[in-house]
Design a protein around this ligand. Structure first.
Ligand SMILES: Nc1ncnc2c1ncn2[C@@H]1O[C@H](COP(=O)(O)OP(=O)(O)OP(=O)(O)O)[C@@H](O)[C@H]1O
Length: 271
């Protein structure tokens, strides 16, 4: 075990009642550096959310080990050092935006004393004007901003994000990506981010982990050697296009390696 990175070795996870020959995760080996931003991408059902939930300490596993900077997921979870941002933000409808963001620090005895104030966090996600509004008065993008601000409130050492922007339009998504990168860079957090978007994975990450299904495995880990900050010039540059092409090729081969023989025969009428 090492305390300077996330170390996953031989991780295998079966769900009760699932096909024992096809575990949700099978022999996952992965290293994620401290303060790195890593994206998981892969075909539907390859185990991205399961891997996130195991790292979060919300699911157990059958074989292998997970060390988060030398601690187990459950230990980190107990210390409230892991944050999870799901696809659909779960805000408390009877609390204002500010109260929602303040809640984790309020109810948590282990909240860091030097954590950001709710107002600082709301400013960081461009929501200072909406502090007194209620969740039902917000757009989907605004609700997701609140969820991100709230997740950073406890200064998590590891932030796990499960397709947080998938329901948003392109412009809102880009704005949130920029705010997320700014928060990540200033808060010393390690981020593991699940996405189905190749562009999003490449523009945000230090490394993209391509997974394959049947069973869930790491197919390849691609380093993203783009400079930071990832401004418009970088994101629309030739190097970014080239990396996106590489991830797409890798995804195609991950899909083919994970497909059952029947999947490779197109249904009638499809060529
Ligand atoms: N609670 C559960 N009980 C039983 N099987 C489950 C459970 N959750 C997930 N699975 C199975 O585990 C496998 C991986 O699912 P998971 O949701 O982790 O994949 P994913 O890559 O996140 O998929 P998607 O991209 O569609 O969200 C799938 O075969 C799924 O059916």
């Amino acid at each position: 075990m090492t305390d300077d990175h996330i170390e996953i070795r031989g991780l295998t996870k079966r769900y009760p009642g699932g096909d024992p020959e096809r575990p949700a995760l099978s022999g996952i080996d992965l290293d994620i550096g401290h303060r790195h931003f890593v994206s998981l991408i892969g075909p539907s059902g390859c185990g991205k959310s399961t891997l996130l939930r195991v790292i979060a300490g919300l699911e157990g596993h059958d074989d292998g080990s997970v060390s988060l900077f030398g601690e187990s997921p459950r230990e980190l979870c107990r210390r409230k050092a892991v944050g999870l941002v799901p696809q659909t933000p779960a805000l408390l409808p009877w609390l204002t935006v500010r109260q929602n963001v303040a809640l984790p620090s309020k109810v948590n005895r282990r909240a860091p004393r030097n954590g950001d104030s709710p107002d600082e966090l709301l400013r960081a996600v461009g929501l200072d004007d909406a502090a007194h509004r209620y969740p039902h008065e917000l757009s989907g993008g605004m609700r997701q901003r609140v969820a991100i601000a709230r997740a950073f409130g406890l200064r998590p050492e590891v932030l796990l994000m499960d397709e947080p922007f998938s329901a948003l339009d392109e412009f809102t998504r880009e704005a949130l990506q920029i705010q997320l990168l700014a928060l990540w860079q200033s808060r010393a957090t390690t981020v593991v981010f699940v996405t189905h978007s190749v562009h999003e994975a490449v523009t945000l990450s230090d490394r993209v982990v391509v997974m394959s299904a049947r069973p869930g495995r790491v197919h390849e880990v691609l380093p993203i050697d783009l400079p930071r900050p990832r401004d418009r010039e970088v994101v629309s540059g030739l190097r970014t296009n080239d990396l996106e092409r590489r991830v797409r090729t890798c995804l195609q081969s991950a899909w083919e390696s994970g497909a059952a023989p029947d999947d490779l025969i197109p249904p009638a009428g499809v060529r």
